[in-house]
Design a protein around this ligand. Sequence first.
Ligand SMILES: [Ca+2]
Ligand SMILES: [Ca+2]
Length: 163
Amino acid sequence: MNKNFYLLALASMLLSGCEDEEVIPPVPSGIRINEIIVYEYPVTDGGIPWDDPLFGSATGPDVLWQITGPQTIWSSVYFPNTDGGVLEFTEGFPVFLNDPEATYQVKLWDKDDLDVSDLASSDDEMVSIAWQPFTNSGETGTEWIELTSGNTVMDIQVTYLFE
Ligand SMILES: [Ca+2]
Ligand SMILES: [Ca+2]
């Protein structure tokens, strides 16, 4: 065989190699959460107050967020006796998720037992929304992600970390 045949074969391999090449978006090494804003959430538990102590009058839920999955992270602050207004969680951030392709649950809880009036009660899980931070869609930079479920709407500001 002559040299030209080898050159032709090599060129052919290189060309087909280029055609088959797919651009695979890089997977981030982590996710930084900068802020969570809750726009809508269930103010009552299907019409029943979240907090209805034996003594005293019913009050709105005392709301905080939690993220579960490969990690469990709690908000360091909560909003007491909420009435349906927007809840902007900015304290206690940033927090970091170390498994961007995993499915996490973003939850809102009503914190109970804040005073002796509801001593016997335990915290109420108000809502839980599944969330996969990185979906292999080439997400980069800093983005607001909207999560919705039923009558709950929240935005999470994330930064995709590549190292
Ligand atoms: Ca409660
Ligand atoms: Ca309350």
